[in-house]
Ligand binder design. Structure first.
Ligand SMILES: [Zn+2]
Length: 121
């Protein structure tokens, strides 16, 4: 195929001597992208291989508990919220009972003082 000198401007880089279809800058960019895709794919493959190699040794299936799913996590969360509410209620009850005992003790102290006063009269 005879090479005819191109006199029009390249639509991509604006230089003379080639057209956009043969633009060295586009070729370079595509080359870099292809290389990048290749490296990403190779890295991903390597990670998958590493994970597959590490998985059986690190976690034998019958020993490792399965990771809880979202529904299970929500159940745990709900249980914790209920426990927290029970704790708040219990604390409230303890405070109330303490107050009642203190009232009774104060009442008895008053009666003791009253009796002492009556005796002395
Ligand atoms: Zn060009």
């Amino acid at each position: 195929m005879p090479q005819v000198e191109e006199t029009r401007d390249c639509y991509h880089c604006g230089k003379k001597g080639h057209l956009q279809a043969n633009c060295p800058e586009i070729v370079k960019k595509e080359e870099i992208e292809t290389h990048a895709q290749f490296f990403v794919a190779r890295e991903q493959q390597q990670q998958e291989q590493d994970a597959a190699a590490a998985a059986p040794a690190a976690a034998p299936e019958h020993d490792a508990p399965a990771a809880p799913d979202f529904g299970e996590l929500m159940q745990w969360h709900q249980g914790l919220v209920e426990l927290e509410n029970e704790l708040i209620e219990l604390r409230h009850m303890v405070t109330e009972t303490k107050q009642r005992v203190e009232n009774i003790l104060a009442f008895r102290e008053d009666r003791k003082i009253e009796r002492t006063i009556i005796k002395e009269e």
